[in-house]
Design a protein around this ligand. Structure first.
Ligand SMILES: Nc1ncnc2c1ncn2[C@@H]1O[C@H](COP(=O)(O)OP(=O)(O)OP(=O)(O)O)[C@@H](O)[C@H]1O
Ligand SMILES: [Mg+2]
Length: 691
């Protein structure tokens, strides 16, 4: 229990029933989870395969896995009969809710009417499906329906219930789309992200045998960031925990920032109702930040109504003043931020990786990227467009999905038309209509005799050649290592030539670079040698990928869930660019929080409503609290007096949250006072740095 205070140690040791650690930012909640995993294994005889820890983001899961790995390095099991064996850390389940859901669904697919190799579609695919269905080009409308469906799914509402509860014509229409959408996914043997949680929860609720099996497999559960679980996730936890209720949840109601996704704070209260024996532990010492940072965070969040009384103090001393810089526009802000960061780093002899630039929306990142690149400052972007959202990667994923699941019609359409191979839209339409009538997938339809009456030889020939090619790869994908097959796939589809045909040289080169990087990464994932653990459990860790050699099919099955950033070895010394949402649970010595304006943070939708929607402003305030509390040593805020919005330049006001921080007691110096432009100053700094 070294490196734990009394309350933390109590939380780690407590095993008499369900336990909730409710505490503010930086108080060591995540530390409780990692230490408790080690405690269960080293002192209580648990085997890693019986422990599952879930969290929200892939990055947080990766970090947790690393922390646990370090704690257990070189340690041995204490399980009776297995004493002295090396702890098989790779058998621990440390992952996001979604990857836990995938693991369960892959193994129990038959019980929910899926094949084990079902596909996972992402939000974009989901958008297209809905768009196709309502035949509308109004993106706003499609997105509204998409959100509505997602909320229904997360609230465990069936299409029938949704239709029955519809309040107006719009909702009624959405409910009908919902019904058709579910039917379409079934036909494609595909699930969306919401299903990954909803389906296992429904399965556990209805199938006792399966539930028992999983309750027996995962005997202790740990849940980080509990405040952001939604109704579905809560059900899943509850059903997995069962009557034994062996779990520890940790969370902070002031950091609930996913209300818009149906996360509900009521889950915190519900826990107490469902588990009356719940043992609640509070942590009060903050180990992360200086007193100034903590005080600012506390005074912002004090403006929200309190659910639970929490005190937070720090031993780290007052620390540096928090700076506020007003900038002319976003370009000025980026130049100024990077200038101040460079100077700060020079003064403190710090490293690039000690710095994070946090912002509310992804669109704010681009200008920072440009300037960092120009200045040759290494950076990594997180929470932004995932590698998997890039068109070229989605193209290749479509092939991989099709190899994994021939019934995946969206993947079929994308793959068969990219690169073009003489299959036109008229052909696809005929094929689609035929497949719809015959109730088979597009892939299956290609081989049916009856299709010959509908399509000419010239139309059918390229389709069959394509399907033969995919089929050959599928047959081999179960046995052969991924790397060989990936190379063959690349050659077989002439993707490189296609890129150089379709795009200008620079774009093609960059896209091809992404493709190679993606394949390299897949191959690395596919050829890692098995850890000398003990008996194979058949189910793996983390993102659903154990560190074992994987054949292509196994790799393909998890591809949709992964984001490149975590698989790639990151530049070890780089500035982090991140949305506030994606920074949850993480910490950085020095934080630059940019775009602190009304309309950005709090976000526009939340302040323009007349009258202002209190609940949304409160959520924005929690987001601000999360942002401030990421900083360990220093915090720098900036805001723009003007900002470009959809070709217009709008005048901006500083965020109300700056005022709420009560910084004015000792006004910090502002960058405005300096007569030089940020560009000049960057140049002078460079001159200073280069001998
Ligand atoms: N007892 C302790 N002694 C020393 N350092 C600690 C202790 N507990 C936690 N820390 C450190 O304090 C920092 C914050 O801990 P942690 O990330 O676990 O907090 P948290 O409560 O999970 O924060 P958040 O709410 O942001 O997720 C980490 O660097 C952690 O290593
Ligand atoms: Mg944490």
């Amino acid at each position: 229990m070294s490196g734990m205070n009394a309350a933390q140690a109590e939380a780690v040791r407590y095993l008499d029933g369900p336990c909730l650690v409710l505490a503010g930012a930086g108080s060591g909640k995540t530390r409780v989870i990692t230490q408790k995993i080690a405690h269960l294994i080293q002192a209580k005889g648990f085997e890693p395969k019986h422990i599952a820890a879930v969290t929200f983001t892939n990055k947080a899961a990766t970090e947790m896995r690393e922390r646990v790995g370090k704690l257990l390095e070189g340690k041995t099991l204490t399980t009776p009969g297995k004493e002295g064996r090396k702890v098989p850390v790779n058998q621990l389940t440390v992952c996001t809710f979604h990857s836990l859901g995938v693991q369960i669904l892959r193994q129990e697919a038959e019980h929910v009417g899926l094949k084990p190799q079902f596909s996972i579609i992402d939000a974009d695919d989901c958008f297209s499906l809905i768009q196709e269905q309502i035949g509308s080009t109004d993106k706003g409308q499609v997105r509204r329906i998409q959100n509505e469906i997602s909320l229904w799914k997360n609230a465990m509402k069936t299409p029938e219930q949704a239709a029955a509860d519809a309040l107006d014509a719009d909702q009624h229409q959405a409910a009908i789309v919902y019904r058709n959408y579910v039917a379409t996914l079934n036909a494609y043997q595909a699930v969306d992200f919401d299903d990954l949680i909803r389906m296992p929860a429904l399965l556990f609720a209805s199938n006792e045998q399966v539930r028992d099996k999983w309750q027996n497999r995962l005997r202790y559960l740990l849940i980080d960031e509990y405040q952001d679980t939604n109704a579905c996730q809560y059900q899943l936890v509850k059903l997995l925990a069962g009557r034994r209720a062996a779990f520890t949840a940790v969370g902070d109601d002031d950091q609930a920032i996913y209300g818009w996704r149906g996360a509900t704070l009521e889950n915190l209260a519900q826990l107490q109702v469902d588990f009356p024996q719940l043992h609640v532990i509070k942590l009060e010492q903050n180990y992360r930040s200086t007193v100034r940072i903590l005080t600012a965070a506390n005074s912002v969040i004090a403006n929200n109504p309190k659910l639970f009384e929490k005190k937070l103090w720090s031993e780290h001393g007052m620390g540096d003043s928090i700076t506020v810089t007003s900038c002319n526009d976003e370009e000025h802000e980026a130049e100024s931020t990077i200038f101040r960061m460079s100077a700060h780093r020079f003064e403190r002899r710090a490293q690039w990786r000690d710095y994070a630039v946090l912002y509310r929306g992804n669109f704010q990142a681009r200008i920072f990227e440009q300037i960092l690149r120009r200045e040759r400052i290494p950076y990594v972007l997180s929470g932004g467009q995932s590698f998997f959202d890039k068109a070229e990667i989605k193209d290749l994923c479509a092939y991989l999905r099709l190899i994994g699941n021939a019934d995946d019609d969206p993947a079929f359409i994308r793959a068969v038309t990219t690169p073009r191979r003489g299959v036109g839209s008229a052909t696809l339409e005929t094929l689609g209509a035929f497949a719809g009538q015959a109730k088979v997938s597009l892939f299956e339809a290609v081989y049916m005799g009856a299709i010959e009456a509908k399509l000419s030889d010239r139309q059918l020939e390229p389709l069959r050649a394509f399907c033969d090619f995919i089929q050959r790869l599928t047959d081999r994908a179960q046995k052969e290592v991924a790397s060989v097959l990936l190379d063959e796939l690349m050659e077989g589809i002439h993707y490189e030539a296609y890129l150089y045909d379709a795009f200008d040289e620079r774009a093609a080169r960059s896209k091809w670079g992404n493709v190679l990087e993606f394949f390299d990464w897949l191959k690395r994932k596919g050829t890692k040698v098995a850890d000398e653990g003990e008996e194979a459990t058949g189910y793996d860790t983390a993102d659903g990928l154990a560190d074992e050699g994987k054949n292509l099919l196994q790799l393909v099955q998890t591809v949709a869930l992964m984001s490149m950033l975590e698989g790639k070895e990151e530049d070890p010394d780089a500035v982090r660019l991140s949305t506030v949402h994606a920074s949850k649970g993480l910490e950085y010595p020095h934080v630059f929080l940019v775009g602190c304006e009304e309309g950005i943070m709090p976000h526009k939708g939340s302040s323009d409503d007349e009258p202002p929607d209190d609940a949304r402003i409160e959520e924005e305030r929690r987001l601000m609290y999360v942002a401030i509390t990421r900083a360990q040593r220093s915090l720098h805020l900036s805001w723009c007096k003007k900002r470009k919005r959809a070709r217009e330049t709008v005048v901006c006001e500083p965020s109300r949250f700056i005022k709420e921080m009560h910084l004015d007691e000792a006004p910090p110096p502002t960058a405005e006072e300096a007569p030089m432009t940020p560009k000049d100053r960057l140049a002078s700094l460079k001159a200073l740095l280069t001998p």
